[in-house]
Design a protein around this ligand. Structure first.
Ligand code: PGA
Ligand code: ZN
Length: 396
């Protein structure tokens, strides 16, 4: 395939901040992709290139300048080849020269373009590239937002309802739960960044009491959290609701929570560099729940391999924009499966209407997908895309 045109523009994400949308044209084919943006970003993530004024002008200029120049001058047989060219062109460890946002917008649009060229749905093209069996991911619906996504009104960043099964069965259950929860919390409860409610409680347990009430009436559901503990870590301790905890004390909090409530997984229970604490918690609770790495592993095959050697976790969050290309995100999925662990595909807290992550989750056969709460259109679109994939696969 030879690209004729590479175009880009700045659009706004769900927080009203600028992000990139890129369009690739090759002959009759046109593909567009836009990229999300995190707020509780890990310090080991690939770099999102942002100008001092908050715009993405430099990243945009890299797409339409240097990247366009390199891509329109040659033929590409596969999306991997094109991704390899982007990685080499950038030439840094963390995509800091051209920007992971610039690179990923091109990488996702490329994946779409090649899928079109071969007449395949996007999820199928991803599945062939990943070489893993496809399946519907469990829905990780972030029903209550806390942490940096809601001014720390709740200490943990995400209170998630996990729903098993086919999307067409799971989504109505999640919607029922979301509505009931809204009624319990009452009119006027604010919303957080990820389209979930952002209530305030004075105990750690209260949100879980509410969630487990819902879970007890809905089959195939359970509870997950993203503690996003790097954001709670100050001066060697974790701060929750005005109280300070050592890593050991926090581990005991997790153990008590999972003993009392129907938990499925805990993401980022400790700060991103607290490797030994992860290993100890996984030894202690890993038989009962998934311990998920996010800031710890940042979708990077080498970091996943090192977490594997130290048995730090047993599941990995996969966010393509933490690493910057679809090819490397697929390698991260493969490294996760190779460790015998579960990959969970994830959006970011600043989202667009791009639904790539739904095709990615289904295509690679992820254990779950984090796509946010049901109170924001950009989150719902990911769930809707999973429904569309289910319809496509059932009529084949
Ligand atoms: P972020 O949060 O997109 O703001 O980084 C999501 C997460 O921590 O999983
Ligand atoms: Zn996280």
């Amino acid at each position: 395939m030879r690209l004729d045109t590479v175009r880009a523009r700045s659009i706004l994400d769900t927080r009203g901040r600028p992000t990139l949308e890129t369009t690739l044209i090759a002959g009759e084919l046109t593909a567009t992709a836009s990229v999300p943006s995190g707020k509780s970003t890990g310090s080991h993530e690939a770099l999102e290139l942002r100008d001092p004024d908050g715009s993405v002008a430099q990243a945009l200029a890299h797409v339409t300048g240097e990247i366009a120049g390199a891509l329109t001058s040659r033929e590409f047989a596969t999306p991997d080849e094109l991704d390899a060219t982007l990685i080499a062109l950038d030439g840094t460890e963390n995509k800091s020269r051209l920007g992971a946002n610039a690179i990923l917008s091109v990488s996702i649009a490329t994946q779409r373009l090649f899928a079109q060229a071969t007449g395949q749905p996007l999820w199928k093209a991803i599945a062939l590239r990943a070489n893993t069996p496809s399946r519907a991911p469990r829905l990780y619906v972030n029903v209550m937002n806390g942490g940096v996504h809601a001014n720390f009104q709740l200490p943990f960043q995400e209170y998630i309802l996990v729903v098993d099964g086919k999307t067409s069965d799971a989504l109505p259950l999640a919607q029922e739960a979301f509505t009931k929860l809204g009624e319990r919390l009452g009119a006027g409860v604010p919303m957080g960044d990820e389209g979930g409610y952002a209530p305030t409680f004075d105990t750690l347990e209260k949100p879980f009491e509410l969630l487990s009430d819902l879970v007890s009436t809905l089959p195939g559901t359970s509870i997950a959290i993203d503690a996003a503990a790097s954001e709670l870590f100050q001066g060697g301790h974790y701060q929750l609701l005005g109280k300070s905890y050592t890593a050991d004390e926090l581990a005991t909090v997790y153990e008590q929570l999972i003993s009392r409530f129907p938990f499925h997984s805990i993401e980022d229970p400790f700060a991103e560099d607290a490797h030994t604490d992860f290993t100890e918690l996984t030894a202690r609770l890993g038989e009962r729940v998934l311990i998920v790495g996010d800031d710890l592993t940042v979708t990077t095959p080498a970091r996943i391999a090192s977490a594997r050697r130290a048995r730090e976790i047993n599941a990995v969050l996969i966010k393509p924009n933490q690493v910057g290309t679809v090819e490397e995100a697929l390698q991260a999925v493969q490294a996760t499966f190779a460790a015998g662990w579960e990959p969970i595909a994830s959006h970011r807290s600043g989202e667009t209407d791009d639904t790539f992550i739904a095709d990615f989750a289904y295509g690679v056969g992820a254990h779950g997908i984090k796509a946010g709460g049901l109170g924001q259109k950009e989150r719902l679109e990911k769930y809707e895309r999973l429904l569309a994939i289910e319809r496509e696969t059932e009529t084949v």
